[in-house]
Design a protein around this ligand. Structure first.
Ligand SMILES: [Zn+2]
Length: 249
């Protein structure tokens, strides 16, 4: 099947192609993750000029061919460019890290738009949040949940005790979640960290803009999400943008 398709897209990554063109990897709402060829996009007079920067959100029209891995971009408009709070390196790095995680982890986003909506919510919430780390972790937790691999943290998988209001132990490889008493191996999470993870799964980045994480909580949640990603997502590694932040902290 082929024809002209309209969709909404976030540019995950783009690179120069030939003398004048650009190829971009984009996450779309209805077509999953696609590659777009924008002919002439490097020429200043082109309608595509400057529109395919990493992190831009836009309405796109493209010639869709199912059997082709590279789709030809026809028009682009309604561009929203991420505009970080002036000079905030942390926001910029977290923004990049979010795009990197999605780009690496999402092979085929499916066509229900869930992944796209999540990424767009993350991007739009970044500029009005008190702590970008909270949004980044909410993005990661919801991604795992959408993929069906975030462990259920409501009750202990051994003694069946409810886990609300207490610390928990998560085993990233088996997916077993236990209370502190039953815990054997795995990563321990404090009561506060497990509560926050629950909020992140139930809400999403947009509901977490007022939540600031102190250093200890950030490390706890970051560690468990990193382990879950490493175990479940093939080819996952720590985003480069986070390594930059670690270097400056
Ligand atoms: Zn138990």
């Amino acid at each position: 099947m082929s024809g002209i398709s309209r969709d909404r897209a976030v540019i995950l990554r783009s690179f120069d192609y030939s003398e004048s063109s650009i190829i971009a990897a984009a996450l779309t709402k209805r077509h999953g993750k696609i590659s777009l060829l924008a002919k002439g996009a490097r020429k200043p007079g082109s309608q595509f000029y400057g529109s395919l920067r990493t992190g831009n959100t836009a309405e796109i029209l493209f010639y869709e061919k199912e059997q082709r891995s590279l789709q030809l971009l026809k028009e682009i408009g309604g561009i929203h460019a991420f505009d970080p709070k002036s000079g905030c390196l942390e926001n910029i790095c977290i923004f990049q890290a979010g795009l990197e995680v999605v780009d690496r982890a999402v092979v085929d986003a499916g066509t229900d738009g869930g992944m796209f909506d999540l990424l767009e919510e993350f991007i739009l919430s970044l500029d009005r949040c008190v702590d970008p780390w909270t949004l980044f972790f909410a993005l990661e937790a919801r991604m795992l949940d959408l993929g069906g691999v975030f462990p259920a943290i409501d009750e202990c998988s051994k003694c069946k005790k409810g886990l609300a209001g207490s610390g928990i132990t998560i085993n990233p490889s088996s997916g077993y979640v236990t209370c502190v008493g039953c815990g054997e191996g795995g990563i321990s999470l404090s009561c506060r960290s497990s509560e926050l993870l629950r909020e992140m799964i139930e809400g999403g980045p947009g509901d977490m803009t007022e939540t600031k994480l102190d250093r200890e909580i950030r490390q706890e949640i970051g560690r468990v999400l990193h382990r879950l990603f490493t175990f479940h997502i093939e080819g996952y590694r720590l985003p480069n943008a986070l390594k930059i932040l670690k270097g400056v902290e």
